[in-house]
Design a protein. Structure first.
Length: 459
């Protein structure tokens, strides 16, 4: 008998729907032009399927919504804060919690506390807000991710891994006292949602322990990373996502979290640490930048939704369907010969714009161009992760990253498999007419995180 494939399916059903506006090609032309060919500047109303980001765009469960009704909006000592604190301790294992309005709020506080002028912060590839806060605090980011991560074709299963030789060189060159911590992301966003292995984390822990260097975990997508460990790393096949998540956290000294991703809420984040002294300083500083230490810029109801969302995020069924949907889209694109980053990552599909549009030089923004072409074709909104996102160095020169990508980020529990088909078909249509596409020039450039607000013109 033929072996029948066992498909993944959503471990939930739909109770309420949000209607979408359909647009015509000429409406999209007009909207894109008005947005300066930057998908961040489109009105969401003009978007059909929104893959700009998986940040804060997830669908909450009925339980989370019920939790919102249980918000304790006291200024100080809200019940929801204590619930969240307990969940962070139980599920992630970090001792002390500082809630923040979102991930960058935590990055700001942490960077200000731990980084001194002239410090070096090694990390497994930069992230936009993370690196900016490190730089604003006087530090310098150094990339220590393995070389494979910079090659979109390389199918190494753990492209989020740290190259310990690169780290050792930095320690030799600057001395351990210049390195306040190693900044480790799980599911490395800028590499295409690529995971780090437990084996690599353990080796990193051993090395940093020897040199008295902390590890700070950007745990924004830790559950998706845990899924890849369960699927790919020897010895973890039978372990639960919850157990793997806890083990990952155990090799680190603290974490910044954007709960808008894995934790299934529309707003929220936190800083979590094991070190009392860092906690004490952070608890004091949060009052300046976010709010009192028992709400950190959040309403009680937001903390409650986060506490419940964290629990749902480490369920094996949830994460299997979540990543399963991303892989479904990726395989569909591969079927149409669209060049994508491999292996397929956890939170989206990253199309290789250098390969898609080889005739457009990087200074004419191939990924930015491609993102706008996809929108023009179908109303699907994606975003650039290439030279525009990389920004400029302190000396004013552009960073020219090896990876020039368009990110199709999938919100959690929001779109159906039929939507995935529409998205893949749109990418394929644009690929068919790729030779006719020309690049762009930047006509407005903001100083910080320029990808959010830059404007372009077609050449
Ligand atoms: C989104 C994100 C952040 C920043 O979090 P915000 O909630 O957007 O402020 C930091 N690191 C990673 C890897 C992220 O994806």
């Amino acid at each position: 008998m033929k072996k029948i494939k066992q498909s993944w399916a959503e471990p939930y059903k739909i109770k309420m729907v949000e209607l979408l506006k359909m647009t015509t090609a000429s409406q999209r032309q007009k909207a894109m032009k008005e947005a300066g060919y930057n998908t961040f500047l489109l009105k969401s109303e003009d978007v059909y399927i929104d893959l700009l980001t998986d940040s804060g765009t997830s669908a909450m469960s009925d339980r989370q919504w019920a939790g919102m009704m249980m918000g304790d909006e006291a200024y100080a000592g809200s019940r929801n804060f204590y619930h969240l604190e307990e969940v962070v301790k139980n599920i992630y294992g970090y001792k002390y919690l500082i809630p923040t309005h979102q991930g960058r709020g935590a990055e700001n506080i942490l960077s200000k506390i731990l980084i001194k002028k002239g410090d070096i912060i090694p990390g497994n590839m930069y992230f936009t807000t993370t690196r900016l806060h490190q730089e604003l605090a006087g530090g310098k980011f150094e990339d220590i991710i393995i070389d494979e991560a910079h090659d979109p074709e390389n199918e190494f299963p753990f492209k989020g891994n740290v190259d310990l030789n690169k780290l050792e060189k930095l320690v030799k060159k600057y001395g351990a006292e210049k390195i306040p911590y190693v900044s480790i992301a799980t599911s490395v966003n800028m590499a295409g949602g690529q995971p780090i292995s437990i084996k690599n984390l353990k080796e990193l822990r051993a090395f940093t322990k020897k040199h008295g260097i902390r590890i700070i975990h950007d745990m924004t997508r830790v559950a998706e990373n845990a899924y890849f460990i369960q699927q790919r790393e020897k010895g973890f096949e039978k372990k639960s996502i919850a157990a793997i998540v806890k083990e990952i956290c155990s090799y680190t000294d603290g974490a910044t979290m954007s709960a808008k991703k894995d934790a299934l809420v529309n707003i929220g984040g936190f800083l979590a640490v094991n070190d009392w002294d860092v906690f004490e300083e952070a608890r004091n500083m949060v009052v300046v930048y976010e709010g009192l230490h028992t709400y950190g810029g959040l309403a009680g109801r937001d903390m409650e939704a986060m506490a419940i969302g964290i629990g749902e995020s480490v369920s094996d069924e949830h994460i299997k369907a979540r990543v399963g949907q991303v892989i479904y889209l990726g395989e569909k694109m591969i079927g149409y010969d669209v060049p994508i980053v491999k292996p397929i990552g956890g939170h989206g599909i990253f199309v290789d714009a250098k390969k898609f549009l080889p005739h457009i030089p990087q200074e004419n923004f191939p990924a930015q161009t491609l993102a706008s072409e996809i929108y023009l074709d179908s109303g699907v909104r994606t975003m650039e992760r290439g030279v525009v996102s990389a920004g400029r160095k302190a000396n004013g020169e552009n960073y020219f990253p090896k990876l020039e990508l368009v990110r199709f980020t999938i919100p959690r529990r929001v779109y159906t498999q039929a939507h995935m088909d529409v998205i893949a078909e749109s990418a394929a249509r644009v690929y068919d007419r790729r030779n006719k596409i020309r690049g762009m020039k930047m006509i407005y450039e903001p100083k910080y995180l320029r990808f959010f607000q830059a404007r372009f013109e077609k050449l």
